[in-house]
Design a protein around this ligand. Structure first.
Ligand SMILES: *Cc1c(COP(=O)(O)O)cnc(C)c1O
Length: 388
């Protein structure tokens, strides 16, 4: 019997090792892993470059306090700001710490300019920003918040796609709007570029901040370094996590100089966030993702994968409703409950994971090979054919 609490509905497989896109189970089976820790292992399992980087650093220094200068973190922050909208970075250990830091920075910014009542955060109803007490109330999801009251004040919600309700919910106390450019847990729902542009305009007009949660869709996952880049929109605050550590827990908050000015000594901190071991891995992940042609190849593989999946959808129009997403953040939306299908894919040695709205999430590593995509498509086709 497991001594782990039952807060997960775990599937009945364990793995002893991984290599690239594949996982090997303890009972000797080989799986094509298109979950990759939910968009975490950007470079697949046991990536030799990452192994070298972490081993080298492990022999030097793992952890020092943020009371000291950490050169590896200085370097990672510099690289993240040079390549993006951001001027400053705060390092954390997870996605939810980054989204919480985003909320803190937004509120602290208005506090610092003498508007402490501008502190409410407007979010999409049933969105996902992580599992801390604040973040679950940011999500506005009944399922996530049930039993965890009292309700945390300071969050308002609008319905995805309902622009009227969004505008109505903005008050003089709104500090920021926080959305995911591509809703991951929510079912791979993409906010169109024109909507992001309008959202930016609206925020400018109302003098509020735009927080784009790129924890899942960032770091090359969408085909661009950030999913919002395509829209040419400049956010104020961007939490990231999943993909940046390639499997090592790293979270970070990226922000403009304007809002960062509010974060004076003592306003925020983390014991582990930004330690030399984590920062070394983050830098090694960026070495690969920033390589010339890397994101181009993600886009190329994405285009190929989408084309193949659309063919499958066209062959099974009563089963698959939509193929959606961007880059290698792919959702197959089913007409009915998708869980049995996920199980059948697993039986055929392809690992995928669910999202809301009957969606199966397909998340290969960003360096996936065409032959691996072909294998996945073959398995998906086989299950479609057998599916009743
Ligand atoms: C996964 C996720 C989070 C939370 O990340 P954790 O590391 O699990 O805390 C927050 N926001 C989005 C969009 C996510 O996908």
């Amino acid at each position: 019997m497991s001594a782990l609490a039952k807060n997960y509905n775990r599937r009945k497989i364990a793995f002893k090792r991984g290599k690239g896109s594949f996982l090997y189970s303890t009972n000797g089976k080989k799986y094509l892993d298109f979950v990759q820790g939910i968009a975490v292992n950007s470079l697949g399992h046991a990536n030799p470059y990452l192994i070298r980087a972490i081993n080298k650093q492990a022999k030097k220094v793992w952890h020092v306090s943020n009371a000291f200068i950490i050169p590896e973190g200085e370097k990672l922050a510099k690289r993240l700001t040079q390549k993006t909208f951001a001027d400053y970075v705060i390092f954390q250990n997870s996605g939810v710490e980054a989204t919480e830091a985003a909320i803190k920075v937004a509120r602290r910014y208005f506090y610092s300019i003498g508007k402490p009542n501008k502190n409410r955060i407007l979010c999409v109803k049933n969105s996902f920003h992580g599992r801390t007490i604040a973040a679950i109330f940011a999500s506005g999801s009944k399922k996530m918040t049930e039993g965890f009251g009292p309700k945390i004040a300071g969050f308002d919600h609008f319905v995805f796609g309902n622009h009227k309700s969004l505008k109505k919910k903005i008050t003089k106390n709104t500090a920021a709007i926080m959305v995911e450019p591509i809703m991951g847990e929510g079912g791979i729902k993409v906010i169109p570029d024109w909507c992001l542009k309008e959202l930016r305009k609206l925020c400018n007009k109302k003098k509020i901040l735009l927080i784009l949660d790129e924890v899942q869709c960032g770091i090359g996952r969408s085909g661009n370094f950030f999913a919002f880049e395509k829209s040419k929109v400049k956010p104020d605050i961007v939490p990231i996590a999943k993909g940046i550590g390639g499997g090592f827990p790293i979270g970070a908050l990226l922000m403009t100089k304007k809002v960062a000015t509010a974060m004076v000594p003592g306003t925020h901190g983390s014991t582990f966030g930004g330690n030399p071991l984590a920062m070394t891995v983050g830098n090694a992940v960026l070495d690969q993702i920033f390589k010339k042609g890397f994101l181009k190849s993600v886009k190329k593989m994405s285009k190929y994968f989408f084309n193949e999946l659309i063919k499958v959808k066209n062959d099974y129009p009563k089963l698959i409703k939509e193929v959606r997403g961007s880059g290698l953040l792919i959702g197959l939306q089913f007409f009915n409950d998708q869980r049995k299908f996920i199980q059948k894919l697993e039986n055929n040695k392809l690992l995928t994971i669910r999202a809301a709205e009957n969606v199966i999430r397909i998340l290969p590593p960003l360096n996936v090979k065409k032959s691996e995509i072909n294998l996945a498509v073959k398995i998906i086709r086989k299950v479609c054919k057998e599916y009743k």
